[in-house]
Design a protein around this ligand. Sequence first.
Ligand code: SF4
Length: 203
Amino acid sequence: MTTFDTLDDLQHQLSQCRLCLEAGYRIESQPIFSGSASARLMLIGQAPGASEGDLGYPFGGNAGQRLFRWLSRAGWDEKTFRETCYITAVTKCFPGNNSNGSGDRVPSAAERKLCRPWLDGELTFVQPEVIVLVGRLAIQLYYPTKTKLSDVIGDTTVNENGQVLIPLPHPSGASRWFHEPANVGRLERAIYALKRIKAELNL
Ligand code: SF4
């Protein structure tokens, strides 16, 4: 990976990244991300799915529809959110399906490490005031690895850079977490936290 002077530079180089393939890992799409340096909120997902790989933009499939239903309850319509917020992921290429057919493959720690400098660069250039962490892998960027979703969903915190962190569960239909009765209130609190921060910061 070479260095970059601007977010445009970074995005240009990121869009051509093939580091995982070169290291022998499986990926099945181009890098997927969207947004500009003017974004005040960055949403970080885990990794794109097959739909995103086909469409070429983040959260375009069924999981995205659920995510945008949550965001709509916090006050964003999908078009405005996509136009004003930065959307990226821990790893930016679709990692393919699990060999046993049980959904998308989870990118390994080694793949996450390979992709991390891109995310660090995005964070440096965008400097978001709010970071929404969608799913366990994204939450682990800022919370200890063994943190349970039920310990953090519904709470907000401010990191050492003064950025507000709002964790969300992964909106995939395969996720059972947000269907469990004990977690419904946690998700409601997370949506309310988004709504409150949107109003407070006039996002
Ligand atoms: S997942 Fe990240 S590091 Fe791997 S090829 Fe895609 S952009 Fe590059």
